[in-house]
Design a protein around this ligand. Structure first.
Ligand SMILES: Cc1cc2nc3c(=O)[nH]c(=O)nc-3n(C[C@H](O)[C@H](O)[C@H](O)COP(=O)(O)OP(=O)(O)OC[C@H]3O[C@@H](n4cnc5c(N)ncnc54)[C@H](O)[C@@H]3O)c2cc1C
Length: 567
């Protein structure tokens, strides 16, 4: 691993935080000929971004157009108007939609940050006007971590629960082939190739080097930064900016127990990942009771937001719930610690699982987006405790689709009952007793739901009615790809809790990511992007890539403004 660099005393642009937002800002700055320094609090790049799915929501992107999908900024704007209101964040929205495709083309043409279209990947409110079923989401091309040599260790790894065999990344497309590896020769060869590559990686590296999703995004950004010799100062936290609301000219960094000042002629970009691990911000902005769990990187303690606040910057706390959410289950790890497993797309929409509150009643369309699922938990919890909520399924479901950390076809689901991850019982009444909910009510809920499985119509919550629901369901299951009966014992229950994957409250900015003071005027030389910036989506979650898309687009806009370009 390369040694840390000596900090320069003066640069054109100082970027704080080496997540996707900060790395993109530093890369664009370098491409634009600026002398840039990227400082990072931890000893690795990537932040939350490295553990993410790496999807960017970029309506009208040229990668999807080339693959035959048509879309336009106007259509996307129609959708956002339906979702967050016609005038909400109007300038930022216009800037985002207008610049997004161009930024992706710029990075693709001038760096190793390359993307591929996801194809079909419906927007999360796929039944609203202007929503798209395909073409808006792009993902980074997988990356070969071996290209980074010893600096591969500088990439923050994904969460362990997302890797198999203790360190191998798998993408969504790999899952069915790995699970069905003995079902066809082609699957067998495919899987064998992955395993062999992984084994050879482990002779030299601490984990597999076939990087996918968010890890590929971060590795591509890092590789591009390294190629351009952009200095990255590790273990260096921004703690203050030099200046006041009339202008920012640099910042103070803390490196170990030393403090140093760096002058920044063209400004400072705050990209420190938002406030997720700042207790007082959580209490001030998040719904009550304040969610315990966060999937954000542990170093994201709101430093950028506090720095902006001390300078008189405005926060936008009026966002709907101040965070972007997913239900998570708590995974007991072999070493005694706990992991968080987000229930994003793999299980909730499959036929044969329901979610119930503490009264044993359904309260949500289980196939809704992860964000909407948690909003329903918050709503239900106001009257009937739904934190945690319980995912309930039978043994047919568990074997066929898996649940949380238990993959489909797992040979020994009993081990997850033994380690406390899962609760199981031979009948629904006993299961209800074990998780402390009313047995009669749970039996009634399941009986009613089993009726929906026969008709294919969920008259309570409309499960399976939207394209998004069906996309994540099982197309082979009839009559409704998202509804199946719970019939075969043993039955299982898994507790799920709300956790933020990103925060949406942050520093108010203009369309060039300039931080705004309380008088509505930009603070010259101070920019914010990523989760330090208030979400352009106003706390809503329109589709896959809602935070990474804006993080990279507004990083670009910030740098172009700092350089003196008007977009
Ligand atoms: C499981 C999961 C899946 C996700 N999938 C997606 C997805 O597919 N698409 C999407 O759009 N979003 C996704 N997200 C959300 C996305 O990862 C985050 O919104 C995004 O990473 C935020 O980028 P960022 O650069 O603002 O912050 P981060 O990625 O968290 O990076 C912030 C960096 O700043 C550093 N830092 C903190 N304080 C300081 C300081 N004082 N000085 C210097 N450095 C500092 C941190 O150490 C960190 O490296 C996902 C999140 C999770 C958890």
């Amino acid at each position: 691993m390369s040694a840390n660099i000596d900090p320069p005393s003066e640069v054109d642009l100082l970027v704080a935080g080496a997540g996707p937002a900060g790395m993109a800002a530093a890369l664009v700055a370098s491409l634009e000929g600026l002398n840039v320094l990227l400082c990072e609090k931890s000893d690795q790049v990537g932040g939350t971004g490295s553990t993410s799915a790496g999807t960017l929501w970029i309506p009208g992107n040229s990668q999807s157009r080339a693959a035959g999908y048509s879309d336009s900024a106007e259509q996307a704007d129609r959708y956002l108007s339906a979702l967050i209101g016609e005038g909400t964040n109007r300038d930022l929205r216009n800037a985002y939609l207008r610049t997004g495709p161009m930024v992706i083309d710029y990075l693709s043409a001038r760096s190793d940050v390359q993307f591929v279209p996801c194809g079909k990947h419906p927007d999360y409110r796929s039944n609203m006007p202007g929503a798209a079923l395909a073409g808006r989401a792009i993902v980074p091309e997988p990356f070969d971590g071996r290209l980074l040599d010893g600096d591969f260790r500088r990439i923050r790894p994904p969460v362990p629960e997302f890797m198999v065999l203790g360190g191998m990344m798998v993408g969504k497309a790999d899952i069915s082939r790995l699970i069905g590896r003995f079902k066809s020769i082609s699957n067998f060869l495919y899987s064998s190739k992955l395993f062999l590559r992984y084994l050879s990686d482990r002779l030299k590296y601490a984990r597999g080097t076939r990087l996918m999703m968010g890890n590929a995004l971060i590795a591509r950004l890092f590789y591009s930064l390294r190629k351009r010799n952009v200095p990255i100062l590790f273990d260096a936290s921004i703690i203050e900016v030099e200046g006041d609301r009339n202008g920012v000219k640099g910042a103070q960094l803390k490196i170990g127990d030393k403090k140093i000042a760096v002058n920044a002629r063209k400004g400072v970009v705050l990209a420190t990942g938002g406030y997720a691990h700042n207790r007082s911000f959580r209490e001030a902005f998040m719904p009550c009771p304040v969610p315990t769990y966060s999937m954000s990187a542990a170093d994201n303690t709101g430093d950028g937001v506090e720095i902006g606040q001390r300078l008189g910057a405005v926060l936008t706390p009026e966002q709907s719930t101040s965070g972007l959410w997913t239900p998570v289950s708590i995974v007991p790890r072999g070493d005694g610690t706990e992991g968080l497993l987000p229930h994003l797309v793999l299980d909730r929409a499959k036929p044969g699982v329901i979610a119930v509150n503490s009264a044993g009643q359904r309260f949500v369309n289980e196939a809704a987006s992860y964000h909407d699922f948690v909003l329903a938990m918050f709503e239900c919890n106001k009257t009937t405790p739904a934190i945690p909520a319980w995912l309930i399924c039978d043994s047919t479901f568990l074997a066929k689709y898996g649940l949380g950390v238990i993959y489909p076809g797992h040979r020994n689901p009993g081990q997850f009952v033994e380690n406390g991850y899962l609760v199981s019982a031979p009948d629904l009444g006993e299961l209800a007793g074990k998780i402390g909910i009313d047995a009669l009510q749970l039996r009634g809920t399941v009986a009613r739901y089993n009726g929906f499985a026969e008709t294919g119509i969920d008259i309570d919550f409309g499960k399976g009615e939207t394209e998004l629901n069906r996309f994540n369901g099982d197309a082979d299951h009839k009559p409704n790809p998202c509804i199946g009966s719970l019939a075969k014992p043993p039955f299982y229950a898994l507790a799920v809790w709300p956790a933020d994957i990103a925060v949406s409250t942050g520093l108010a900015t203009d369309a060039d990511a300039r931080v705004l003071a309380s008088d509505g005027k930009p603070i010259p030389g101070l920019y914010a992007c990523g989760n330090d910036m208030a979400s352009v989506m106003a706390g809503s979650y329109p589709g896959p890539g809602t935070t990474l898309g804006p993080a990279i687009v507004f990083a670009y806009r910030a740098v172009m403004h700092a350089k003196g370009f008007s977009l």
